[in-house]
Design a protein around this ligand. Structure first.
Ligand code: 13P
Length: 256
């Protein structure tokens, strides 16, 4: 099976709704039809940019999918400060990043919360981008495999195989995020192949073959090609290098 690559921008807490529109317009001029056909592209801006991004992408017919960086699992209610999946669906959001290490580490998200979010996102016909990854300490202690495979199993607990297949997983070693120190393509491949194995255990071989697994952590125009050359790496979740339209366009073109 050939899996279509997916390159996603995680803007984190960068770009307001004005600069987001400027980005979308500039970015769209940098790519052509073949780029859009070859790669699925998603941009995950802050919540406050979603509406202006949606109208810009629609009005200018830019074939880039919209993603959110988080959401709550309930549809509505007394949950001050949270955003519901139904609100995201109304804004034509297709992807939701779930369990990013910054949410886990800074905001205390647990595997159980990640699982609830994954199930809620799927129930609302959106695609979760499920983030997993180990800290430097865990890596040095030889605990990478246990940590990452545990996160995958918990994230998909209770999810039907057919629902797992279209999901995206992002392997983001925490020590590589925002540090300029990316995992070697071989190391990333090794862990991502193990993740595919964990998906097979959780949801069967067919789902594991279909699921797209991204690498994230200091992805740049200069290192994307060697990462994408690995058999199990199906794309990238890009932080810093996704903030500038030219850099991100080059990542989408695998460095060209
Ligand atoms: P950087 O690309 O800035 O290292 O961030 C990676 C990341 O956390 C994407 O979700």
């Amino acid at each position: 099976m050939t899996r279509k690559p997916i390159i996603a921008a995680n803007w984190k807490m960068h770009h307001d709704h004005f600069t987001a529109i400027q980005f979308a317009q500039k970015f769209s001029y940098l790519l052509d039809k073949e780029d859009y056909e070859r790669v699925d592209i998603a941009i995950c801006p802050p919540f406050t940019d979603l509406r202006s991004m949606q109208t810009t992408l629609e009005a200018d017919r830019i074939p880039v999918a919209l993603g959110a960086q988080n959401c709550y699992w309930e549809k509505q209610g007394a949950f001050t400060g949270e955003i519901s999946p139904t609100m995201l669906v109304k804004l034509k959001v297709s992807y939701v990043i779930v369990g990013h290490s910054e949410r886990r580490e800074i905001f205390g998200e647990t595997d159980e919360m990640v699982n609830r979010k994954v199930r809620s996102v799927l129930e609302h016909q959106m695609t979760p981008i499920v983030c997993v990854g180990e800290t430097l300490e865990e890596r040095e202690a030889g605990a990478t495999q246990g940590k990452v495979l545990g996160q995958v199993a918990e994230a998909f607990a209770g999810v039907k195989s057919a629902a797992v297949a279209p999901c995206v997983v992002a392997y983001e070693p925490i020590w590589a995020i925002g540090t300029g120190r990316n995992a070697t393509p071989e190391d990333a491949q090794e862990t991502i192949a193990l993740i595919r194995g964990a998906v097979a255990e959780a949801a069967g071989a067919e789902a594991a073959e279909a699921v797209r697994i991204q690498y994230g952590g200091s992805v740049k125009p200069g290192n994307i090609a060697e990462l994408m050359a690995q058999p199990d790496i199906d794309g990238a979740l890009v932080g810093g290098a996704s903030l500038d339209p030219e850099d991100f366009a080059r990542v989408v073109r695998f460095g060209a």
